[in-house]
Design a protein around this ligand. Structure first.
Ligand SMILES: [Zn+2]
Length: 385
């Protein structure tokens, strides 16, 4: 199938990445209008064309054109009049046709297994698949990714709007993996490789950046300011600020794992010592509490939480962030660790606001990266945020 977004209007890799701008060509204007209308309907109550005109500020004629176009594309459907309407000619309500298209999502974060799923437009997981990495790196690892994507495409039960991928490593705004040491990738255009193999639009982003998009689209996030800290084999963060995903000049924004927090000679995979990651990555946290009783475990996790808080504090202060979400194993993070990190952030900063910085666990659990990959596709193809 062809891409739903117009070929002239679709951006290279996602709709909400900072630093991009779009020229208002007629096709872009149409696409913008489509996005405005879809945004008012997505995960919201059904609405009439008049409701949509009021909410978007577009004229009724424009809204009718856009809605008819969206119905033709099977993105929106009419569901009849509002219940209980009795006076005059009742307005027909429209809603997003969530089941009429699928999104393919892949998560490459795990060291041994690549995971994927087929999702509906509404973010419902329809089927899953995975493939063992078997230690493959470089081109062989790319082949594993493509074989997983192909198997998911075969499982789809509706036209696919795109393929989203969350990968570890540094990824630039065009979906080129600059550096992913665990997969042996350097300057790999994974987006182009997937698009060429499967003839579908592909969106590749860093896994933590992907997870922060998920929290914003499917979780409880507020795009005005949200930081997602992913704690797994490594430690990284995705940051949404003023509605934009922060990337930085080299695509490395949010790489907080290698901030030095201690003079202790604790080695880090990056080759240095005393990095945050060397203290709070999940293998390290498990080692720190191994063989300890409940009280000692609580104390150790409190110290670890303080170490994380020490790095998060200046970031929240500088960027004016109040909402920090942790993403990782709840049995380690959701307790003393979270509490201590939150307390450290709030006692070592002054936000000049009555609102405290809140640290919480992600509502999306282990599938955060998959949901984020879907959010990335929805943003790029349909302009949803
Ligand atoms: Zn390091």
């Amino acid at each position: 199938m062809t891409s739903i977004a117009s070929s002239t209007g679709r951006r290279a890799n996602g709709a909400r990445l900072a630093g991009e701008s779009s020229k208002l060509l007629p096709a872009n204007v149409r696409q913008l209008h489509r996005s405005l209308v879809l945004q008012e309907l997505y995960k919201k109550d059904p609405a009439s064309r008049a409701d949509l005109a009021r909410a978007t500020g577009l004229t009724r004629v424009t809204v009718s054109d856009v809605v008819n176009d969206l119905i033709d594309r099977e993105l929106v459907e009419e569901i009849g009049p509002r219940p209980g309407t009795r006076v005059g000619k009742p307005a027909t309500l429209v809603t997003v046709k969530y089941e009429a298209h699928n999104i393919i999502c892949l998560e490459l974060s795990d060291e041994t297994e690549l995971r994927g799923a087929v999702l509906s437009l509404g973010g419902e997981i329809l089927s899953r698949d995975s493939v063992q990495l078997e230690g493959q790196r470089g081109e062989a690892a790319v082949a594993k990714v493509i074989s997983l994507a192909r198997s998911l495409v075969e499982k789809a039960n509706a036209p696919i709007i795109g393929i989203g991928v969350g990968t570890p490593g540094v990824v630039n705004a065009h979906g080129v993996v600059r550096n992913a040491p665990n997969l042996g990738w350097r300057d790999l255009n994974l987006t182009a490789a997937i698009t060429a193999a499967l003839e579908l639009p592909a969106y590749v982003a860093n896994d933590a950046d992907t997870a922060v998009l998920a929290e914003n689209t499917f979780g409880e996030g507020d795009g005005a300011g949200l930081m997602m800290v992913q704690i797994s084999h490594g430690v990284g963060a995705g940051i949404l600020c003023d509605g934009n995903l922060l990337r930085g000049a080299e695509g490395t924004a949010g790489e907080i794992g290698h901030v030095k927090i201690s003079d202790e000679n604790v080695p880090c995979p990056c080759g240095r010592t005393g990095c945050l990651e060397a203290f709070v990555a999940t293998p390290r946290l498990r080692a720190r509490i191994n063989g300890k009783d409940a009280a000692q475990t609580a104390q150790e996790l409190t110290i670890a939480g303080q170490q994380l808080g020490q790095v998060l504090a200046p970031i929240t202060q500088a960027l004016g962030l109040y909402d920090v979400v942790l993403f990782g194993p709840t049995e380690l993070l959701d307790g003393e660790f979270l509490k201590a990190a939150e307390e450290t952030v709030n006692t070592t900063t002054s936000h000049f606001s009555d609102r405290p910085v809140v640290l919480r666990m992600s509502a999306l659990g282990r599938d955060g990266v998959l949901f984020g990959a879907a959010a990335h596709v929805l943003g790029g193809e349909l302009g949803l945020s």
